[in-house]
Design a protein around this ligand. Structure first.
Ligand SMILES: *[C@@H]1O[C@H](CO)[C@@H](O)[C@H](O)[C@H]1NC(C)=O
Ligand SMILES: *[C@@H]1O[C@H](CO)[C@@H](O)[C@H](O)[C@H]1NC(C)=O
Length: 333
């Protein structure tokens, strides 16, 4: 009897060891699985617009996150347009409370609207305005719902260009496709092997890829630039895709600001980049002066004749906003 019991316990032990080996094996195996191919495929799926219906993946926002919107410039479908993306698939977005931001510049809002219409007309882009006064979130956190709302309203859009109100489009002869958005152009200009700066990373270990294939370019969802502080959310491009709708939805989650993780949307983006490699992987970094030149700054940041955009970031520090705004308004070509 005792011998049988002893044998049974030996068998139990063996079974246990074999099970343990299985669990160990599958844990390692499944880790390998999540690291590359599977996620790449998922990312591919998420970054491609659906071919059957445009409207199937952005769900309506809660009412208190929606502002009054107005399409100041409609784009027309042009069958002969062979660009990638086509011009009517690009939406320029301004969202504000309609008052002058920062330095209280008279007529800034009207002049800004005029500037965007002028550019949208020249290239057959859509220009959309969203009034954030009616949203129940602080203005800097209203960007993301405004973009989501624009994704719903413009289902044919492939890219949405967010540009702050304190920025002007100066070189209006540059087309967004040739200058930035065509996949071939992106492949040329995206910054490679470049540390992503953020208030959350002193270590600068998170870097952009060493090389970009066209496939990689097509999975990017957010194109942005960075200054010395980190990514700057004054000017960036968002792809209209399920992945980006999901990301924008999370990016304005109130718990981040209420728990003091980040006091504005730009800092939170830095947080995501530092702690979420899968989010870092959908961000393409452009040279700053391609989309977001500053009035002051060294070679890498400062405005020069011919640049697309001037962004009066930080002009309130020396109380120069109005002077600079009027100076650059003269330079719109
Ligand atoms: C934005 O909404 C507020 C509040 O509803 C309104 O007072 C303001 O005139 C609106 N601004 C624009 C530019 O539509
Ligand atoms: C706009 O940019 C193009 C391309 O870089 C350049 O050829 C042109 O001179 C620029 N226009 C102005 C007014 O600077």
């Amino acid at each position: 009897m005792a011998q049988i019991q002893w044998r049974l316990s030996r068998i139990c032990f063996l079974v246990f060891v074999v099970l343990l080996a299985f669990v160990f094996y599958f844990t390692i195996f499944s880790n390998q699985f999540t690291s590359s191919d599977g996620l790449n495929q998922l990312q591919n799926y998420f970054s491609q617009p659906s071919s059957t219906s445009y409207e199937d993946y952005v769900v309506p926002l809660d009412e208190q996150l929606t502002g009054e919107s107005r399409t100041y410039h409609k784009a027309e479908y042009r069958p002969s347009d062979s660009q990638e993306p086509k011009s009517h698939e690009i939406v320029i977005l301004l969202a504000s409370d309609g008052k002058s931001s920062g330095g209280k510049i008279p007529h800034m809002f009207e002049q800004c609207i005029e500037n965007r219409i002028h550019y949208a007309q020249a290239h057959n882009y859509v220009f959309e305005y969203v009034n954030v006064s009616q949203m129940s979130v602080p203005p800097v956190w209203a960007k993301m719902p405004a973009i989501l709302q624009t994704m719903i309203k413009h289902p044919k859009a492939k890219w949405i260009w967010w540009l702050d109100q304190d920025a002007l489009i100066l070189n209006t002869s540059l087309s967004l496709q040739e200058h930035i958005l065509s996949p071939q152009r992106l492949q040329d200009v995206l910054l490679r092997d470049t540390p992503l700066r953020s208030p959350f990373s002193d270590d600068l270990t998170r870097k952009t890829p060493k090389e970009y294939s066209l496939e990689m370019v097509n999975t990017l969802g957010l194109l942005i630039s960075q200054d010395f502080e980190g990514l700057n959310a004054g000017s960036f491009f968002v792809r209209r895709s399920p992945m980006m709708a999901l990301f924008l939805d999370l990016w304005h989650d109130r718990s981040f600001r209420e728990n003091n993780i980040a006091d504005h949307e730009q800092a939170l983006l830095g947080y995501f980049v530092r702690y979420h490699p899968e989010i870092a992987a959908i961000i393409g970094v452009l040279p700053q002066t391609m989309i977001n030149s500053y009035p002051v700054g060294w070679e890498v940041m400062g405005w020069k004749p011919g640049h697309l955009v001037i962004h009066l970031a930080g002009c309130w520090v020396e109380n120069r906003c109005e002077q600079l705004w009027n100076e650059y308004l003269e330079r719109v070509s």
